[in-house]
Ligand binder design. Structure first.
Ligand code: ASP
Length: 631
């Protein structure tokens, strides 16, 4: 069974209350109420001689002599009796196909000397069957339930209930449940949070992700599935439930990616009378308390970095700090060069020249790798990249070198700390674009170096990082003259920048904080605006949103709203990082495909015109779709 680190100890008062209520934590009884005495992972030499009953799936069956029975906890070898008195049992078990469900009763025996299996926790024993029952037969499987058998993800998703039998998914889902249990314990039992469920049928929240619509019986009216319980948790603060949490299902109609799903789960938290540091300490304590022992202890407090620093040094607001290769500013060096095109680029406002140094790039990267890195910067960021190589004699090879004096070459080598065989990627232009492009190249080249055998990131390392001091607003990507919230419209300005909100909103920093783990954003939150006038100003004047949609919240803020703030942790992403899985689909019992489909139940699905009638909806079918539907 999994065990967990005891991080933050319960406070004395809480501990006393627990003892007086008679509640003593103990290992769960996994056999209670069930038709078995033990699980398939439980039996050891100490059980020899006991009569036991096991239930499980047949993992292997060999020549009617023995079988291996599996359940969530492990495997046990079952010896099929060969004597005449047990011929019925032998026939039954020999004929049952793998993955049939059986119940066996028998005596635990030591394996004959030399036949112990050191790789199996139950490898010292076997169970000699007395009676057996096939509870259900298994028909021919679409794929074998063996960890080493490769199967396509589409097939795994179509038969998700079979895939769930794999040890990996069993482990992931059970670990997820235990982490959530520990979180509940920490929040509710140790810190007095209240678990409140909020509606999933609501209305549109302006600003932010695209929401799913749900038709209603009122003509032309739709519900929205909330992208998060943001409004409700703030309203709970106004309602005096001053410490709220929820394992909240959220919905965003954004299509799936390896780390995104249309429906996903957040550990959603809100508190009254708290500041940014308070929320940060709460989350550090929560993670420390719920962190599984198998991933080693975590150290708090987590380091912190401003958004500006993160962008300048790592080119992203979620830096992977497990390795170096930071972005280096070389504007000063390049400004002193007498090269027309460089001077020209650097003459624009907000322009810069920056570089990353790829250690041993000459040895680990192929020419085509370098070319594809440069092409990616061009296609994704419209950013030209120049490469510079440090030759074995210490000289530089680049289109730039013919413009550089020896002294300038040494300066560049020094600024970038270049060693022989290093490759430098250099970019000049708009600060944000240059940083983002180099940040992306930094990650891509790290992947390439690792694929070629360099050890760059320790797979066991855990680099938590708070990113703080975000701007309150950012220019909209599609129309940079308009502003959108960097987090969401309810985020409060940084106290020292409040006046700027009314004069130059682009310069306002916010009280928004993100939590990053190994380069992935695992949480984000903010201290909220609790003043109705300020909230109205942000919505109407800065974001140009229709504040009418939020009139209920604006009104609520006028009835004695306490100062409050909160955060949401992305549970799926957090668990996938804990178990080291590249996709959040591996930690969700029934995930959607890339295109947002449930491949097992085939959702979304067509409904009949009659079913649509109460909603006053008529589907006008494009011809191609009508054909597809007929087929
Ligand atoms: N509701 C926010 C989100 O989903 C988190 C928060 O501000 O608490 O990103």
């Amino acid at each position: 069974m999994l065990r967990f680190v005891r991080g933050v100890l319960p406070r004395l008062g809480t501990e006393r209350a627990r003892l007086s209520s008679g509640w003593v934590p103990r290992a769960p009884d996994v056999n209670s109420f069930a038709a078995r005495t033990n699980t398939c992972g439980e039996l050891r030499a100490a059980h020899v001689g006991q009569e036991v009953t096991l239930c499980g799936w047949i993992q292997y069956q060999r020549q009617g002599l023995f079988l291996v029975l599996r359940d969530f906890q492990g495997l046990t070898q079952i010896i099929i009796p060969q004597d005449e008195a047990h011929s019925h049992v032998r026939k039954l078990l020999s004929n049952a196909p793998v993955e049939s469900v059986v119940r066996v009763t028998g005596i635990v025996s030591s394996r004959p000397p030399g036949q112990e299996n050191l790789k199996m926790p139950t490898g010292d024993i076997e169970v000699k069957v007395e009676t057996a029952e096939v509870l259900n037969f298994c028909k021919k499987l679409p794929f074998e339930i063996k960890d080493f058998i490769k199967k396509s993800e589409a097939l795994r998703m179509q038969y998700r209930y079979l895939d769930l039998r794999s040890s990996q998914l069993q482990h992931n889902l059970r670990l997820r449940s235990q982490v959530v249990m520990r979180m509940r314990e920490y929040l509710c039992n140790h810190h007095g949070f209240v678990d409140v469920e909020t509606p999933t049928l609501f209305k549109r929240t302006p600003g932010g992700a695209k929401e799913f619509l749900v038709p209603s019986r009122e003509v032309g009216k739709f519900y929205s599935l909330p992208q998060s319980p943001q409004q409700f948790k703030q309203l709970l603060m106004i309602g005096g439930l001053d410490r709220y949490f929820q394992v909240a299902r959220c919905y965003r109609d954004e299509g799936s990616r390896p780390d995104r799903q249309p429906e996903f789960t957040q550990i959603d938290i809100e508190m009254s009378f708290v500041d940014q540091a308070g929320i940060q300490r709460l989350i550090e304590g929560l993670l420390q308390y719920s962190w599984p022992e198998e991933r080693g202890p975590i150290t708090t407090p987590f380091p912190s970095m401003t958004y500006e620093e993160a962008l300048a040094d790592y080119g992203t607001d979620k830096p992977d700090t497990r390795f170096g290769m930071k972005i280096v500013d070389i504007s000063d060096t390049l400004r002193r060069l007498d090269i027309g095109f460089v001077q020209n680029v650097l003459s624009y406002p907000h322009s810069t020249a920056k570089a990353i140094c790829i250690p041993q790039g000459v040895r680990y990267l192929k020419n085509k790798d370098l070319e594809s890195l440069k092409a990616a910067a061009k296609s994704q960021f419209n950013q030209e990249i120049m490469d510079v190589i440090c030759r074995p004699d210490g000289s530089l090879k680049s289109l730039l070198t013919k413009f550089l004096s020896e002294e300038q070459q040494s300066e560049l080598i020094q600024v970038l700390n270049m060693q022989v065989d290093d490759v430098v990627l250099l970019a000049a232009g708009d600060h944000k674009r240059v940083c983002s492009a180099l940040g992306s190249l930094r990650l891509e080249s790290a992947d390439l170096l690792e694929a070629a055998g360099m050890v760059l990131r320790d797979p066991a390392a855990l680099h938590f990082l708070w990113v703080v001091d975000f701007p309150l607003f950012l220019p909209k990507e599609e129309n940079p003259s308009e502003l959108e919230s960097a987090h969401h419209p309810f985020t409060a300005p940084h106290p020292s920048d409040t006046n700027l909100l009314y004069s130059d909103p682009t310069k306002v920093r916010s009280q928004h904080y993100d939590l990053v783990l190994n380069g992935s954003e695992i949480g984000g939150g903010s201290i909220r605006i609790h003043n109705a006038e300020q909230q109205r100003f942000v919505l109407e004047k800065v974001l140009k949103e229709d504040s009418e949609v939020l009139s209920h919240l604006l009104e609520a803020l006028e009835f004695g709203a306490p100062p409050h703030g909160g955060i949401a942790l992305g549970l799926d992403r957090l668990i996938s990082l804990i178990v080291g899985s590249p996709s959040i689909r591996d930690v969700i019992a029934f995930p959607k495909s890339f295109r947002g489909r449930d491949l097992m139940g085939n959702a979304p699905d067509y409904v009949t015109p009659e079913e649509l009638e109460p909603y006053h909806i008529h589907v006008s079918w494009p011809a191609a779709e009508t054909e597809a539907k007929k087929n």
